[in-house]
Design a protein around this ligand. Sequence first.
Ligand code: 5GP
Length: 120
Amino acid sequence: INADSGAPTIFDKIINKEIPSSIVYEDEKVLAFRDISPQAPVHVLIIPKFRDGLTELGKADARHGEILGQLLYAAKIVAEKEGIADGFRVVINSGASACQSVYHLHLHVLGGRQMSWPPG
Ligand code: 5GP
């Protein structure tokens, strides 16, 4: 039932604490840690601890609804913890044409500077 066709990624090693990361929030289901290459003063990644087929948002199906909601709510918790709740951006890159590089679904939480729109 935990079908997951994708290859392991660097995020598995972060979940298993095999490589270090700067964790800002963690609960049973999700892990939030600082991006190694920050694009804003605050740049945090939020991932499901159990990928369960969620290599990318474009592969989600109905069973993922609950974890997707938990990830989005965790973005709000992270924004509050980081002091950017008054203005922040949440981004999901899904697929190569959207510049996804790690195939374990993740939300980017960005803030601490003025953002521009539209994104490139
Ligand atoms: P994507 O391009 O897939 O949406 O985002 C992947 C993100 O993961 C990038 O912003 C990249 O900087 C970050 N990243 C890649 N490898 C590591 C790592 O080993 N540690 C951390 N903390 N972030 C990483």
